[in-house]
Design a protein around this ligand. Structure first.
Ligand code: PLZ
Length: 433
């Protein structure tokens, strides 16, 4: 209807700039008034196709009917008691569901908190308590949050860590099997990266000192890096033989996003602890830490918690999300989205050598842009494509350690014609560039 952003959004942006510090960025300054079915509507009456899902959150869509209905009922009944003061059933039900849905048929327990970072923090607390060991091992390109500990676990300095130190102690970083950028080529990547990682752990830290290895099964903010096949199983096996808690951070990859309920399932990994958030509750603040009962049960009574963790509105939303995923078979839908996007993006890669790599699984897909004919990161090309897509009404997000990755996270309920239209806008933007 108008230029993007339109006059009303510009006015609101001016107010934002006067009221909110610039530390809180804005990917696309259109102010949203309604959203659903893969479309965002803004204050100026524009409709934008949503390839971001609020960073992999609204997988079941915005204002999904089952989520709305459950939250509406709950908000009228009660909004908060604090689960640590007087409990309610929906919290327990969400934990039962997480224990059932996450990989492995062993006995499990779940703690609910409010954000992904809080889930990762708690996973580390629990692993340290259960093992009596201090060290935490994380990977290149990893992202785990913005709190002191999770910012320390995060790899990339700018913008996440710049001048926010000193950081938490006992955090060690090892290589990730990044096929596109592995020096000796993608064929050797899994084995060499695992060898280097394990060697660093044993030689520099000492396996006996490590409480937890924390890894995203697909690195999200780091650029949708799918570790070379075989890498994750090697690392998980090393953890098993050394009494190290293997923590899969599935905050971004979880809940059907990658075409399996959890991304770990793709290589048959059974994590000791799995962290979830984002897609779990359709945008209401909820996160989970699910782990082996014998690890989780070690922590003394009162050792874990938080005022809002497992808020009743968020728990009802999560139950609505889980019902929707099941009833609409969104796991299959995520695979269908990947099967639609990947061939079209690979065809683009054939035509344009600015696209160095096309990767991802299910509805978690990315392209990495390079200086043509090289592997030199090309963040300027990403910015230009994003600008063109936004102007044409397609919301896309960026990612990557080098800022040169375009990532696509459409809601799993996006209809085929919008997926097709969005891809058309993207293809045109790249072709024009
Ligand atoms: N672990 C794997 O992807 C959040 C960050 C957005 P919170 N990723 C989006 C930003 O720039 O702040 C994330 C993640 C993984 C943990 C987190 C942290 O989750 O809910 O943002 O705390």
């Amino acid at each position: 209807m108008t230029a993007i952003p339109g006059p009303k959004s510009r006015e609101l942006l001016a107010r934002k700039q006067a009221a909110v510090p610039p530390g809180i960025g804005t990917a696309l300054p259109v102010f949203v008034t309604r959203a659903g079915g893969g479309v965002l509507q803004d204050a100026d009456g524009n409709s934008l196709i949503d390839f971001g899902s609020g960073i992999a959150v609204t997988s079941v869509g915005n204002a999904a009917p089952k989520v709305v209905e459950r939250v509406r009922r709950q908000v009228a009944d009660f909004t908060h008691t604090c689960f640590m003061v007087t409990p309610y059933e929906s919290y327990v039900r969400v934990c039962e569901k997480l224990n059932e849905l996450t990989p492995g048929d062993h006995d499990k327990r779940t703690v609910l908190v409010s954000t992904g970072a809080e889930a990762v923090e708690n996973a580390v607390k629990i692993a340290r308590h259960a093992t009596g060991r201090p060290a935490v091992v994380v990977f290149d390109h990893g992202y785990h949050g913005r709190t002191l500990l999770t910012m320390t676990l995060t790899a990339k300095n700018m913008p996440y860590k710049e001048k926010f130190g000193p950081f938490a102690p006992e955090v060690y970083r090892v290589p990730l099997a990044y096929p596109f950028r592995w020096p000796s080529g993608p064929e050797n990547c899994a084995e060499e990266a695992a060898e280097q990682a394990i060697d660093m752990i044993t030689k520099q830290v000492g396996a006996d000192n490590v409480a937890a290895v924390v890894i995203e099964p697909i690195a999200g903010e780091g650029g949708f890096v799918v570790p070379a096949r075989g890498f994750l199983p090697r690392v998980a096996e090393f953890c098993r033989t050394n009494g190290i808690v293997f923590v899969a951070d599935e905050v971004q990859t979880g809940f059907a996003r990658t075409g399996t309920m959890f991304a770990c399932e793709d290589e048959g990994i059974v994590p000791d602890i799995i962290t979830t958030a984002k897609g779990i509750a359709g945008g209401l603040p909820l996160a989970g830490v699910t782990g082996r009962a014998e690890i989780m049960d070690k922590v003394h009574a009162g050792g874990l918690g938080g005022t809002y963790g497992g808020n009743p509105l968020a728990c009802e939303a999560a139950l609505g999300v889980m019902e929707t995923i099941e009833e609409e078979d969104l796991v299959a839908r995520a695979r269908h989205i990947g099967d639609t996007m990947l061939p079209r993006l690979r065809a683009l890669q054939e035509r344009f050598d600015v696209i160095g790599d096309v990767r991802g699984r299910g509805a978690m897909i990315a392209i990495e842009l390079v200086e043509p004919g090289t592997k030199v990161p090309n963040p300027a090309a990403v910015q230009e494509i994003v600008r063109r897509c936004h102007a044409e009404g397609l919301l896309v997000l960026t990612a990557g350690t080098y800022g040169n990755v375009l990532r696509f996270l459409p809601p799993l309920v996006i209809p085929d014609h919008l997926l097709d239209e969005g891809l058309g806008i993207l293809e045109k933007a790249i072709a024009e560039l």
